[in-house]
Design a protein around this ligand. Structure first.
Ligand code: GAL
Length: 716
């Protein structure tokens, strides 16, 4: 936030909003020989956000050398205009804006080649432009291709548009833009349609911090994190509550997510962020201070930067904006939404509304909710008795409305914590973590007109918490990127490509012999039988709604087994050390088995790196645990691990840090150090290293009374 850029000591520009991309032409400030570029960031006025924003430079910065006549910043917009002839033809509109900074008029050629994923040319088009000196001009072509390979969640196929500018017989500028061929629609009756096919959005909200790497963007960190979300069956991401790093959107394009790109958390009215978060003053220095002057600039920079990403299916102009209850808010909404439509006629616009059912003085104005292309419903579950029912009530009231759950309860919890009373504020115990979402999902899954939901959140995040916690535990994945039990709840209802059977808690309950332990199961099997040390405990299955489980509503014959109305299974089992075994059945056949055993004490370290060959400045994730003498991972281990990196063969690496996902372990992450230490939490710890010089580097992990584990990395 509040950056100022200097070249050779002269102020050349800057930007108030820390999430906006901006470009400065520094040509006139450069001198022959050595130059200095300095960025000053003033993040001193706190609080200025409701979550951890990071500070300084946390995304890529580029120096771009351009010809005097060049493609303008974010000047290419390639949009799929529609699919025709039963999807056998795709039509495009490719628009390019060219800037002539030379002193003469330029007659240029503009060429576009459309390349498939293998680099083969599948279409080509060209046009010509005359641009007066100092002016911009735009060229538009409308090519079409036959038998397009469509982009979808399950098959995110990408094409590239290669744009070249020719002047005086030479190619003077060239830009590659990745696109996907797909159509997106929000429909009054059918919810969301991708390529004309109804898809329920099973989305998650994410803030931009990567846990121990903070706000700095690392592609590998986010690839690891969202690959887990993908495996969980999540197909959508809401970038809360600001535009993300552009490379994050590249990953979403490549991995097939349905993205909501969001501009703001505040318009003119700043949000209250005081006593609740430990601040003693009432004033907040959020984006509200800059909105009136900068909103258009910041919204345009998001739209122009991001509009080619096939993953983005909808724009959001704001999260829980207090102006939703004012007439001035309606005016601002119309203005911002018009800007979106003007820059990008292919996508709809929403805003996440939290006051749709509030008392009169805060209630969202009807003009506000009705002006939006898609009405964004935040926390239907917060509305007490009416809860999800509000969707049905509103459908009667506003028959032309499009519905989307823009933010709703996820299921988080504390990984590996099975206390019935938790140390964390507002955290239910492990046996009831998924209930809120279960209510919502039964509802959303059975209403076609609701496009789906983005849940708060997919992954735990830094900030927005109370001491002694340093983050919010609202995700099924912790800050270290380890799945919690609730991860398997979502997987069991969302991932239709694989069988899920997960049981918890662990079975290390020495001292609790004979006491009842609640065993929770998450599965997509029809039923599950549980055994303790070979003795049959009981068989459980799901009842209603069977949607997403049996795949249909009308398979009544299946409901003759003992069932529950919940979307999880549970058994009360008197503890006895040994082995819990669960067997899952589909159509009467055993298809999956899971075993949880009582383990012995920690005997040796277990380490696993996701790569041992790092590109220069690349990173590796190393997952650490401990095994008992039988080789079983000890789920309760909390021993102290020491990590240090050593250069060998001239290479060099640093620790980006250690994290165990425990939000009340306030040991420093150890970022940028050669050595750091942290305890395992619930048996696990993550170490991240970064290669900073070519060669070879060693990571040594040690713990008391155990042998060291060493991993050797090649860098560069
Ligand atoms: C929502 C808000 C999010 C987050 C969440 C916490 O109302 O949009 O940013 O604060 O509550 O539960």
């Amino acid at each position: 936030m509040n950056s100022t850029v200097y070249v050779n000591g002269t102020k050349v520009g800057g930007r108030a909003y820390g999430y906006s991309q901006f470009t400065i032409d520094i040509t006139d400030f450069l001198v022959t020989g050595e130059n200095s570029i300095a960025v000053h960031v003033d993040n001193s006025m706190q609080p200025n956000s409701r979550w951890y924003t990071g500070s300084g430079i946390y995304r890529d910065v580029w120096i771009i050398r351009r010809a005097a006549v060049h493609i303008a910043d974010n000047g290419v917009f390639a949009a799929c205009n529609g699919l025709y002839n039963n999807k056998a033809e795709a039509r495009f509109q490719i628009q390019v804006s060219v800037h002539n900074q030379s002193s003469e008029a330029a007659d240029i050629g503009v060429e576009h080649r459309l390349l498939d994923a293998a680099g083969n040319e599948v279409a080509r088009d060209a046009s010509a432009l005359h641009i007066e000196p100092g002016c911009h001009a735009a060229a538009v072509v409308c090519p079409s291709i036959k038998n397009p390979h469509l982009w979808s969640v399950g098959d995110p196929y990408l094409y590239t548009v290669e744009t070249s500018i020719l002047w005086k017989g030479e190619v003077i500028d060239n830009l590659c833009t990745r696109i996907g061929i797909r159509t997106v629609e929000f429909d009054v009756d059918k919810g969301f349609l991708l390529n004309g096919v109804q898809v329920k959005i099973k989305g998650m909200c994410l803030h931009h911090d990567g846990g121990l790497t903070g706000a700095a963007f690392y592609r590998e960190t986010w690839k690891r994190r969202i690959a887990l979300l993908k495996d969980m069956g999540c197909n959508g991401i809401r970038c809360a509550h600001n535009p993300p790093a552009p490379e994050f959107l590249d990953l979403c394009d490549e991995m097939g997510f349905l993205v909501m790109d969001e501009a703001f958390d505040e318009w003119q009215l700043t949000k209250f962020k005081s006593a609740e978060y430990g601040y003693t003053n009432n004033f907040a220095y959020g984006y509200g201070q800059f909105f009136t002057e900068n909103a258009d600039l910041d919204l345009l920079s998001m739209l122009r930067r991001d509009r080619n990403h096939p993953s983005i299916v909808i724009w959001s102009i704001g999260n829980e904006i207090p102006e939703q209850s004012t007439l001035e808010g309606v005016r601002i909404l119309r203005h911002l939404q018009d800007l979106c439509h003007h820059e990008d006629p292919t996508r709809m616009v929403t805003s996440a509304l939290d006051n749709l059912a509030s008392p009169e003085q805060f209630r969202t104005r009807e003009e506000f909710e009705c002006a939006l292309d898609v009405a964004g419903y935040n926390y239907t579950a917060r509305w007490g008795k009416r809860a999800e029912m509000l969707y049905d009530e509103d459908r009667w009231k506003f028959p032309a409305r499009r519905f989307l759950g823009t933010e709703n309860p996820s299921a988080g919890g504390i990984r590996g914590n099975y206390e019935k009373k938790s140390e964390y504020p507002f955290m239910p115990s492990y046996d009831r973590l998924t209930l809120n979402h279960e209510f919502l999902w039964r509802y959303t899954a059975s209403r076609d007109f609701v496009a789906g939901d983005y849940l708060w959140t997919g992954i735990d995040y830094l900030g927005e918490t109370r001491w002694p916690a340093h983050g919010a535990g609202s995700g099924p994945i912790d800050t270290a990127g380890f799945p919690k039990d609730t991860f398997y709840y979502f997987r069991s209802i969302w991932n239709r490509d694989d069988t899920t059977l997960h049981i918890c808690p662990h079975w290390n309950w020495a001292g609790y012999e004979g006491e009842f332990i609640t065993v929770i199961g998450y599965t997509d099997c029809d039923e599950v039988s549980l055994y303790l040390n070979g003795r049959f405990i009981g068989t459980k299955g799901y009842d209603c709604p069977n949607v997403g489980h049996a795949g249909a509503w009308n398979i009544l014959a299946r409901n003759t087994r003992p069932t529950t109305h919940d979307l999880h299974l549970s058994w009360d089992v008197p503890f006895e050390a040994g082995e819990l075994r669960a067997v899952g059945y589909k159509d009467g056949k055993a298809v999956i088995e899971r075993v949880v055993k009582t383990t012995g004490v920690p005997a040796r370290l277990q380490v696993q790196a996701d790569t041992e060959a790092l590109p220069l400045y690349g990173i590796a994730h190393i997952e650490i645990g401990v095994l008992d003498p039988e080789g079983l991972p000890v789920p309760t281990a909390d021993i102290l691990i020491k990590a240090r990196v050593e250069g060998v063969g001239g290479g060099s690496a640093v620790l980006l840090g250690l994290d165990n996902g425990n939000l009340i372990d306030n040991t420093l992450f150890g970022s940028g150090a050669r050595a750091a230490e942290r305890r395992l939490f619930a048996g696990r710890l993550l170490c991240v290293i970064r290669g900073i010089e070519k060669g070879t580097a060693k990571l040594v992990l040690s713990a008391d009374a155990m042998e060291d584990e060493t991993i050797t990395f090649t860098i560069g």
